[in-house]
Design a protein around this ligand. Structure first.
Ligand code: SAH
Length: 255
Protein backbone atom coordinates (compact mmCIF):
# COMPACT_ATOMS: atom_id res chain seq x y z
CA UNK A 1 0.00 0.00 0.00
CA UNK A 2 1.26 3.46 -0.84
CA UNK A 3 1.03 5.69 2.21
CA UNK A 4 0.18 9.33 1.62
CA UNK A 5 3.28 11.52 1.21
CA UNK A 6 2.83 13.15 4.63
CA UNK A 7 2.91 9.80 6.45
CA UNK A 8 6.16 8.64 4.88
CA UNK A 9 8.04 11.92 5.16
CA UNK A 10 10.60 12.09 7.93
CA UNK A 11 8.56 14.83 9.57
CA UNK A 12 5.85 12.28 10.32
CA UNK A 13 8.09 9.23 10.71
CA UNK A 14 10.41 10.64 13.35
CA UNK A 15 8.99 10.29 16.85
CA UNK A 16 10.25 12.23 19.86
CA UNK A 17 9.87 10.20 23.06
CA UNK A 18 10.41 11.84 26.46
CA UNK A 19 10.87 9.50 29.40
CA UNK A 20 9.91 10.57 32.92
CA UNK A 21 10.06 14.31 32.27
CA UNK A 22 9.76 16.37 35.47
CA UNK A 23 9.12 19.92 34.32
CA UNK A 24 6.00 20.65 32.30
CA UNK A 25 7.77 23.80 31.05
CA UNK A 26 10.32 21.57 29.37
CA UNK A 27 7.56 19.57 27.68
CA UNK A 28 6.11 22.80 26.29
CA UNK A 29 9.55 23.92 25.13
CA UNK A 30 10.07 20.52 23.46
CA UNK A 31 6.78 20.95 21.56
CA UNK A 32 7.96 24.33 20.35
CA UNK A 33 11.42 23.01 19.40
CA UNK A 34 9.80 20.21 17.40
CA UNK A 35 7.28 22.41 15.63
CA UNK A 36 9.84 25.00 14.57
CA UNK A 37 11.64 22.17 12.74
CA UNK A 38 8.46 20.67 11.27
CA UNK A 39 8.09 17.63 13.56
CA UNK A 40 4.90 16.71 15.40
CA UNK A 41 5.06 13.17 16.84
CA UNK A 42 5.52 13.57 20.59
CA UNK A 43 5.22 10.74 23.13
CA UNK A 44 5.54 11.10 26.89
CA UNK A 45 6.37 8.04 28.94
CA UNK A 46 5.21 8.50 32.54
CA UNK A 47 5.74 12.23 32.94
CA UNK A 48 6.03 13.32 36.57
CA UNK A 49 2.72 15.21 36.33
CA UNK A 50 -0.09 13.31 34.66
CA UNK A 51 -1.66 16.61 33.54
CA UNK A 52 1.65 17.69 31.97
CA UNK A 53 0.09 18.43 28.59
CA UNK A 54 -2.46 20.90 29.91
CA UNK A 55 -0.29 22.33 32.68
CA UNK A 56 -0.06 26.17 32.52
CA UNK A 57 3.72 26.13 32.30
CA UNK A 58 3.71 23.60 29.47
CA UNK A 59 1.17 25.66 27.55
CA UNK A 60 3.11 28.87 28.12
CA UNK A 61 6.43 27.36 27.00
CA UNK A 62 4.85 25.73 23.96
CA UNK A 63 3.84 29.19 22.73
CA UNK A 64 2.51 28.66 19.19
CA UNK A 65 3.00 24.89 19.36
CA UNK A 66 -0.15 24.07 21.37
CA UNK A 67 -1.25 21.70 18.62
CA UNK A 68 1.79 19.50 19.27
CA UNK A 69 0.88 19.32 22.97
CA UNK A 70 -2.74 18.55 22.16
CA UNK A 71 -1.86 15.67 19.89
CA UNK A 72 0.94 14.29 22.13
CA UNK A 73 0.38 10.84 23.58
CA UNK A 74 0.98 9.92 27.19
CA UNK A 75 1.87 6.23 27.64
CA UNK A 76 2.86 4.15 30.63
CA UNK A 77 5.74 2.15 29.15
CA UNK A 78 8.58 2.73 26.72
CA UNK A 79 7.34 -0.18 24.61
CA UNK A 80 4.02 1.59 24.09
CA UNK A 81 5.89 4.65 22.84
CA UNK A 82 7.99 2.64 20.41
CA UNK A 83 5.41 0.41 18.74
CA UNK A 84 6.06 0.19 15.01
CA UNK A 85 9.50 1.82 15.20
CA UNK A 86 12.23 0.17 13.14
CA UNK A 87 15.10 2.11 14.61
CA UNK A 88 15.35 3.58 18.09
CA UNK A 89 18.09 5.92 19.24
CA UNK A 90 18.72 6.82 22.88
CA UNK A 91 19.84 10.42 23.29
CA UNK A 92 22.12 10.67 26.27
CA UNK A 93 24.70 12.98 27.77
CA UNK A 94 26.35 9.99 29.43
CA UNK A 95 28.47 7.42 27.63
CA UNK A 96 28.24 3.99 29.17
CA UNK A 97 30.37 0.90 29.36
CA UNK A 98 27.74 -1.18 27.60
CA UNK A 99 26.02 0.80 24.95
CA UNK A 100 24.86 0.51 21.38
CA UNK A 101 27.03 2.22 18.73
CA UNK A 102 27.55 5.91 19.44
CA UNK A 103 26.54 8.46 16.82
CA UNK A 104 26.72 12.22 16.69
CA UNK A 105 23.44 14.01 15.94
CA UNK A 106 24.70 14.76 12.42
CA UNK A 107 25.76 11.19 11.73
CA UNK A 108 22.38 9.98 12.95
CA UNK A 109 20.56 12.50 10.75
CA UNK A 110 22.48 11.44 7.65
CA UNK A 111 21.72 7.80 8.47
CA UNK A 112 17.97 8.52 8.46
CA UNK A 113 17.68 8.69 4.70
CA UNK A 114 18.80 5.05 4.49
CA UNK A 115 15.87 3.99 6.65
CA UNK A 116 13.45 4.75 3.84
CA UNK A 117 9.89 4.85 5.01
CA UNK A 118 10.19 3.20 8.42
CA UNK A 119 9.22 4.96 11.65
CA UNK A 120 12.17 5.98 13.81
CA UNK A 121 12.30 7.18 17.43
CA UNK A 122 14.55 9.42 19.46
CA UNK A 123 14.34 8.74 23.19
CA UNK A 124 15.26 11.45 25.70
CA UNK A 125 15.80 11.01 29.44
CA UNK A 126 14.54 12.94 32.44
CA UNK A 127 16.09 16.15 33.67
CA UNK A 128 17.34 14.60 36.86
CA UNK A 129 18.29 11.05 36.00
CA UNK A 130 18.75 10.94 32.25
CA UNK A 131 17.93 7.62 30.58
CA UNK A 132 18.08 4.34 32.52
CA UNK A 133 20.53 1.71 31.25
CA UNK A 134 17.69 -0.77 30.64
CA UNK A 135 16.34 1.54 27.94
CA UNK A 136 19.72 2.43 26.45
CA UNK A 137 20.88 -1.16 25.98
CA UNK A 138 17.76 -1.97 23.97
CA UNK A 139 18.27 0.90 21.54
CA UNK A 140 19.96 0.62 18.14
CA UNK A 141 22.21 3.62 18.72
CA UNK A 142 23.24 6.09 21.37
CA UNK A 143 23.33 9.70 20.28
CA UNK A 144 25.65 11.92 22.22
CA UNK A 145 25.83 15.66 21.61
CA UNK A 146 29.56 16.41 21.69
CA UNK A 147 29.37 19.14 24.32
CA UNK A 148 31.91 20.65 26.70
CA UNK A 149 33.32 17.63 28.61
CA UNK A 150 33.36 19.71 31.80
CA UNK A 151 29.65 20.55 31.49
CA UNK A 152 27.94 18.40 28.93
CA UNK A 153 24.35 18.22 30.09
CA UNK A 154 22.04 20.35 27.95
CA UNK A 155 18.55 21.36 28.92
CA UNK A 156 16.14 18.70 27.62
CA UNK A 157 14.33 20.99 25.16
CA UNK A 158 17.63 22.31 23.84
CA UNK A 159 18.83 18.76 23.21
CA UNK A 160 15.56 18.12 21.33
CA UNK A 161 16.03 21.34 19.36
CA UNK A 162 19.48 20.33 18.26
CA UNK A 163 18.41 16.85 17.12
CA UNK A 164 15.32 18.22 15.37
CA UNK A 165 17.43 20.79 13.54
CA UNK A 166 20.02 18.26 12.34
CA UNK A 167 17.29 15.91 11.14
CA UNK A 168 15.50 18.72 9.32
CA UNK A 169 18.64 19.91 7.56
CA UNK A 170 19.55 16.36 6.52
CA UNK A 171 16.03 15.74 5.23
CA UNK A 172 15.91 18.95 3.24
CA UNK A 173 19.36 18.32 1.75
CA UNK A 174 18.31 14.82 0.83
CA UNK A 175 15.18 16.04 -0.96
CA UNK A 176 16.57 19.01 -2.85
CA UNK A 177 20.31 18.37 -2.82
CA UNK A 178 22.64 20.88 -1.20
CA UNK A 179 20.89 24.19 -1.28
CA UNK A 180 22.24 26.09 -4.28
CA UNK A 181 21.40 29.72 -4.54
CA UNK A 182 20.40 30.95 -7.94
CA UNK A 183 21.57 29.85 -11.35
CA UNK A 184 24.24 27.21 -11.80
CA UNK A 185 26.02 26.86 -15.13
CA UNK A 186 27.88 23.94 -16.66
CA UNK A 187 31.20 23.09 -15.05
CA UNK A 188 34.33 23.67 -17.11
CA UNK A 189 36.43 20.65 -18.13
CA UNK A 190 39.97 20.30 -16.80
CA UNK A 191 41.29 20.89 -20.36
CA UNK A 192 39.42 24.17 -20.52
CA UNK A 193 40.79 25.18 -17.12
CA UNK A 194 44.36 24.28 -18.19
CA UNK A 195 43.86 26.43 -21.29
CA UNK A 196 42.76 29.29 -19.04
CA UNK A 197 45.87 28.92 -16.86
CA UNK A 198 48.16 29.01 -19.91
CA UNK A 199 46.38 32.08 -21.23
CA UNK A 200 46.55 33.86 -17.86
CA UNK A 201 50.22 32.96 -17.52
CA UNK A 202 50.96 34.55 -20.91
CA UNK A 203 49.05 37.68 -19.95
CA UNK A 204 50.87 37.98 -16.63
CA UNK A 205 54.20 37.59 -18.44
CA UNK A 206 53.18 40.22 -21.00
CA UNK A 207 52.67 42.81 -18.26
CA UNK A 208 55.77 41.53 -16.46
CA UNK A 209 53.88 40.54 -13.35
CA UNK A 210 55.27 37.07 -13.87
CA UNK A 211 59.00 36.79 -14.56
CA UNK A 212 59.63 33.52 -16.46
CA UNK A 213 63.20 33.53 -15.12
CA UNK A 214 61.86 33.65 -11.56
CA UNK A 215 58.23 32.52 -11.59
CA UNK A 216 58.27 31.77 -7.87
CA UNK A 217 55.03 30.09 -6.85
CA UNK A 218 52.67 32.45 -8.66
CA UNK A 219 51.00 29.95 -11.01
CA UNK A 220 50.74 27.13 -8.44
CA UNK A 221 49.18 29.61 -6.01
CA UNK A 222 46.70 30.87 -8.58
CA UNK A 223 45.85 27.30 -9.49
CA UNK A 224 45.27 26.49 -5.86
CA UNK A 225 43.01 29.51 -5.55
CA UNK A 226 40.94 28.49 -8.57
CA UNK A 227 40.82 24.86 -7.54
CA UNK A 228 38.98 25.84 -4.37
CA UNK A 229 36.04 26.81 -6.53
CA UNK A 230 34.19 24.88 -9.18
CA UNK A 231 34.78 26.92 -12.30
CA UNK A 232 32.01 27.06 -14.85
CA UNK A 233 32.52 27.31 -18.62
CA UNK A 234 31.31 30.91 -18.65
CA UNK A 235 33.74 31.87 -15.90
CA UNK A 236 36.68 30.27 -17.72
CA UNK A 237 35.66 32.23 -20.81
CA UNK A 238 35.60 35.46 -18.80
CA UNK A 239 39.15 34.88 -17.54
CA UNK A 240 40.34 34.02 -21.04
CA UNK A 241 38.69 37.24 -22.28
CA UNK A 242 40.53 39.23 -19.61
CA UNK A 243 43.85 37.56 -20.51
CA UNK A 244 43.25 38.26 -24.21
CA UNK A 245 42.53 41.95 -23.54
CA UNK A 246 45.63 42.29 -21.35
CA UNK A 247 47.81 40.86 -24.12
CA UNK A 248 46.18 43.02 -26.82
CA UNK A 249 46.47 46.13 -24.68
CA UNK A 250 50.11 45.44 -23.99
CA UNK A 251 50.81 44.85 -27.69
CA UNK A 252 49.00 48.10 -28.61
CA UNK A 253 50.94 50.20 -26.11
CA UNK A 254 54.28 48.74 -27.10
CA UNK A 255 53.67 48.83 -30.86
N1 SAH B 1 21.30 14.50 34.59
C1 SAH B 1 21.06 13.80 33.37
C2 SAH B 1 21.01 14.73 32.21
C3 SAH B 1 19.64 15.04 31.85
S1 SAH B 1 19.45 16.20 30.61
C4 SAH B 1 22.13 12.76 33.12
O1 SAH B 1 23.08 12.71 33.84
O2 SAH B 1 22.02 12.01 32.17
C5 SAH B 1 17.95 15.59 29.91
C6 SAH B 1 18.09 14.85 28.62
O3 SAH B 1 18.57 15.73 27.61
C7 SAH B 1 19.06 13.68 28.60
O4 SAH B 1 18.53 12.51 29.15
C8 SAH B 1 19.32 13.54 27.12
O5 SAH B 1 18.25 12.88 26.50
C9 SAH B 1 19.37 14.98 26.69
N2 SAH B 1 20.75 15.54 26.70
C10 SAH B 1 21.23 16.54 27.46
N3 SAH B 1 22.53 16.76 27.17
C11 SAH B 1 22.89 15.86 26.23
C12 SAH B 1 24.10 15.58 25.52
N4 SAH B 1 25.23 16.25 25.71
N5 SAH B 1 24.07 14.59 24.59
C13 SAH B 1 22.94 13.90 24.35
N6 SAH B 1 21.78 14.12 25.01
C14 SAH B 1 21.74 15.08 25.92
Amino acid sequence: MNLPETDTSLFKRLRFVLVGTSHPGNIGAVARAMKTMGFSELYLVNPRFPDALTNDEAVAFASGAQDILQSAKIVSSIDDALTGCHFVAAVSARLREFSPPILSPRAFASHLSQMHENPVALVFGSERYGLPNEIVVNCNALINIPANPDYSSLNLAQAVQLLAYECRVAEIDEKIGSPEIGFQGKLASSDAIDGMYAHLENALMAIEFLDPASPKKLMPRLKRLFSRTQLEIEEVNIFRGIAKKIIEFKNDTTA
